[in-house]
Design a protein. Structure first.
Length: 335
């Protein structure tokens, strides 16, 4: 469900449109210490160009040569070359050693020629609209069916069908365009988040665009923060962090965010500031204890952070922890 897989499909679609033959390879089972998890995707072009990875480099060279041979056979009309097939690596200790698979790891892969690109176009369109998509491949025929996916849905393979789930890109909305937001944006972008920034204070946004390299990895959204959050319609792939230190801006944005489906909502401020904020939200906006409990504040993991860059690391680390459904940190960094 990582956006890396969406890039693999986008590359494969471009290659097919350019007239190349393309094969897709999906990790379906692993044993031992496998470098890439089930669901990891690789696309191979007929000239050996690749996008993605299924083993972190252990079996790619052999796999690329196999796929090039398969693609040539498909182009020559060989029987069976236009159907999916299962490939296994590391089935013996000697083979695992030869391919460099650690600790005797074993990989089972499904390879398929990409003949029909209509499903790729539909899948990319749906995920761009922030929808989860489940793709089911029938190995006997090569037929592909798309349906709505569910958050937390795992890849499934029973030997006859393969179902993988593709999700929209994770996105992060930052309320505030100050120095800390710039640092958070840069780190989040490295982790492949789509970064959005809202700040009605023109002097801050002008400074961000003019002086920050983060301006190349984020998108500024005009409007008041609460309106922006409402219009964004945050889903389970959205994180929202308020960083202005201005209650007039932060509180209204948080009011909307805490009632949304965002998987993470955080706010800058000390424990005393957070307590006062929660009291205001409860008394003036009738927010429930359950809604207020969703607020991460002080925002970020307790790393002893002091500088904007360190605080940004703590914030993004907590977002990633929540994204990956890890246990919540017992204490958070005061900021």
């Amino acid at each position: 469900m990582e956006s890396l897989d969406l890039r693999v499909l986008s590359d494969a679609l471009t290659w097919r449109r350019d007239g190349h033959r393309v094969a897709l390879v999906t990790v379906v089972e692993t044993w031992g210490s496998a470098p890439r998890p089930p669901g990891a995707l690789l696309a191979v072009r007929d000239d050996g160009t690749v996008s993605g990875s299924v083993s972190g480099g252990c079996v790619e060279d052999d796999l690329i040569e196999r796929m090039r041979t398969t693609l040539r056979s498909a182009g020559d009309g060989a029987t069976g070359a236009d159907r999916p097939a299962v490939i296994a690596y590391g089935v013996s200790r000697e083979e695992a050693s030869r391919f460099g698979l650690p600790c005797g790891g074993t990989l089972r892969l499904v390879q398929e020629p990409l003949l029909d690109t209509a499903w790729v176009e539909q899948l990319l369109e749906r995920t761009a609209a922030h929808r989860l998509v489940a793709r089911t491949l029938t190995l006997a025929t090569g037929a592909v069916q798309l349906s709505d996916g569910e958050r937390g849905q795992a890849m499934a393979f029973d030997g006859a069908t393969l179902t993988t789930v593709f999700g929209p890109q994770w996105r992060l909305l930052l309320i505030g365009a100050g120095q800390l937001s710039q640092a958070v944006a840069q780190i989040a972008a490295l982790l492949d988040f789509e970064v959005l920034v809202c700040d009605p204070r023109e002097e801050y946004t002008a400074m961000l665009v003019a002086s920050s390299p983060a301006s190349s990895v984020l998108r500024l959204i005009d409007g008041m923060p609460d309106d922006v959050v409402r219009e964004l319609v945050p889903d389970a792939h959205t994180a929202i962090v308020a960083l202005t230190h201005d209650p007039k801006l932060d509180d209204m944005a948080l009011l909307e965010a805490l009632q949304s489906r965002a998987f993470y909502v955080g706010a800058l401020g000390s424990r005393r500031t957070q307590a006062s904020r929660k009291q205001r939200l409860a008394e003036h906006f009738d927010m429930s204890a359950a809604q207020l409990a969703r607020l991460h504040g002080p925002v970020g993991l307790a790393l002893g952070a002091r500088t904007p860059a360190e605080i940004a690391v703590a914030i993004v680390a907590e977002i990633v922890q929540e994204k990956n459904a890890g246990p919540a940190a017992p204490n958070r960094a005061a900021s």
